[in-house]
Design a binder for this molecule. Structure first.
Ligand code: MYR
Length: 185
């Protein structure tokens, strides 16, 4: 059966979504540019973006759990998968894939082939050490901390540096067991 013809409302929503996505991308670019002007050192900009992301990540989990029907994950593997497939889709509009698991199941890579943050972006030579998308590593670290997983999150591949994909390595450092708030007598 042929797909239903779009109604006028569909067209309006499609363009509003596209405009919002572009506004989001350009706003993020403006923030990064301002940080570069204010902080001067790219390492400082990387730190600041990571911290901003972390602050967002710790707040994002509540919204994620409220909006998604995801139930508690049994382990880090499942959590990584949920972040890649559900979390990224919900907040960034794209899904990531998970690969490169180590034997212990404590380190993996999150691969992004499509990243709306970098549309229209080209880094000048003076910004070669910049992790332009460092806000994302902070978000992932902050969100995981809220579900009791202390992690180290680092960029391994970056399309703005000529790589074929974005690769974010997520290493589980410590899993704090959640305490039941009431004592059983
Ligand atoms: C659980 O309760 O065990 C599930 C925990 C899932 C945490 C998912 C947090 C979502 C983070 C989204 C990151 C988006 C980055 C753009």
């Amino acid at each position: 059966m042929a797909p239903a013809a779009p109604k006028s409302g569909d067209v309006i929503f499609a363009s509003v979504d596209r405009v919002n996505a572009e506004l989001f991308t350009l706003t993020y670019g403006a923030i990064v540019r301002q940080l570069i002007t204010d902080l001067e050192e790219v390492e400082e900009v990387n730190k600041q973006l990571d911290q901003m992301g972390y602050n967002i990540g710790v707040r994002l989990v509540d919204e994620f759990l409220a909006k998604s029907s995801v139930s508690r994950c049994v382990d880090f593997r499942e959590t990584a998968d949920v972040i890649a497939k559900v979390g990224f889709k919900m907040f960034l509009g794209v899904t990531a894939s998970i690969t490169n698991w180590d034997a212990e199941g404590t380190t993996c890579s999150l691969i992004l082939e499509d990243n709306p943050l970098v549309d229209f972006v080209e880094l000048p030579d003076t910004c070669q050490g910049l992790h332009y998308c460092n806000i994302l590593s902070g978000v992932v670290r902050g969100a995981l901390e809220m579900v009791s997983m202390k992690t180290e999150v680092t960029w391994v591949r970056d399309m703005l540096r000529g790589d074929d994909v974005f690769e974010l390595q997520v290493k589980l450092l410590k899993q704090v067991p959640e305490e039941y708030p009431y004592k059983d007598d």
